[in-house]
Design a protein around this ligand. Structure first.
Ligand code: NAX
Length: 327
């Protein structure tokens, strides 16, 4: 049987953690033949550590055959030791009266420390996914704080936006979500993201021809996908957790195991594609194979799309400038 791999998860006692860990341990992320060792990180706070122990008790009680080990940590230098995968879920939420720049600064502190720890102790091939918000900028900070690791190892989660877009298109066109291909979400994981179905097909037929309604795109589809997180909070009284965990599983599984020719969206450091400045952590269409992703390059960008891409890029650049002095 395969040698176990190490999977670090931060914010492990939080709501996304609770929807995520059981699926990793059951093999849904890395395959039903891949044993995993979970290296779980929470803040040193007594309540958080105690809650983490409770989650670990439940993981034990599942008797997952693939769960080869489990550790609780409060220091990233221990949690990230030799880790092959790191899912950075924990982040500082916006508190009452907290300004955007305070939120950025609080998270910059967390992700600088975690980036440095990954740099020192993680596997040199570690695959990092940042879920904690602001996800793109947190991933950017971690990447910049880990200069000895390849830049391409750092990614941000746009997959929830991608999956939300797929479901909206399936509902609109009356088709099966699994038959839709070539969806793209450009930019930041925020309401400025640009979900783009211009290239999407259902069983080979162009989605654009099936919808052919630019007003629906602009006035219904984009706001629905962009504000879906807020709609979930409004309905559930809590932010998206199971769907976020599901997206994290999709992202890591596709990165690790490959998509073939299927397009998926990942937030990755730009190499300059589509005029996005180098290192900007930006949602791009990618395909994956052999543990590596490749940007789907050379797609035509029309005027409307360029405007939307510029808007989400501008927001990301402002976020990055907001933390530049902390790096
Ligand atoms: P919770 O507040 O339920 O859990 C977060 C957990 O992280 C807490 O247990 C907290 O103690 C822990 N934590 C905080 N700082 C930490 C640190 N420095 N090291 C280790 N652990 C730390 O939040 P949850 O609903 O699980 O959401 C987690 C993050 O995901 C939030 O930042 C949230 O905004 C973000 N999301 C990102 C999404 C995306 O698509 N990229 C979608 C869902 C979600 O909103």
């Amino acid at each position: 049987s395969k040698k176990p791999v190490r999977v670090a998860v931060t914010g492990a006692a939080g709501q996304i953690g609770y929807a995520l860990l059981f699926r990793i341990a059951s093999g849904e992320m890395l395959g039903k033949d891949q044993p995993v060792i979970l290296q779980l990180l929470e803040i040193p706070d007594e309540k958080a550590q105690k809650a983490l122990k409770g989650v670990m008790m439940e993981l034990e009680d599942c008797a997952f055959p693939l769960l080869a080990g489990m550790e609780a940590h409060s220091d990233p230098m221990n949690a990230f030791k030799d880790t092959d995968y790191a899912l950075l879920v924990g982040a500082r939420p916006r508190g009452p009266g907290m300004e955007r720049k305070d939120l950025l600064a609080a998270n910059a502190q967390i992700f600088t420390a975690q980036g440095k720890a990954l740099d020192k102790v993680a596997s040199r091939n570690v695959k990092v996914l940042v879920v904690g918000n602001p996800a793109n900028t947190n991933a950017y900070i971690a990447m910049k704080s880990a200069p000895s690791l390849p830049r391409k190892n750092f990614t941000a989660m746009l997959r929830l936006d991608h999956n939300r877009a797929l479901s909206q298109i399936a509902a609109k066109t009356g088709t099966a979500v699994g038959d839709i291909e070539k969806m793209v979400v450009w930019g930041n994981h925020s309401p400025t993201m640009y979900a783009d179905y211009r290239f999407a097909t259902v069983n080979g037929k162009p989605v654009k021809d099936m919808i052919n309604d630019q007003a629906w795109n602009k006035d219904v589809f984009l706001p629905t996908v962009g504000k879906r997180g807020a709609a979930i909070i409004e309905a559930r009284g809590l932010s998206s957790a199971a769907s976020a965990a599901n997206a994290a599983i999709d992202h890591m599984r596709d990165w690790a195991l490959g998509t073939g020719s299927k397009w998926v969206t990942m937030g990755i450091p730009s190499d300059g594609q589509y005029g996005i400045p180098k290192d900007t952590m930006f949602g791009f269409p990618v395909t994956t194979a052999n543990g590596e992703y490749t940007v789907v390059d050379g797609l035509p960008i029309d005027e409307f799309s360029q405007e939307r891409i510029n808007l989400t890029l501008k927001e990301l650049q402002e976020e990055q400038q907001g933390v530049a002095h902390l790096l």
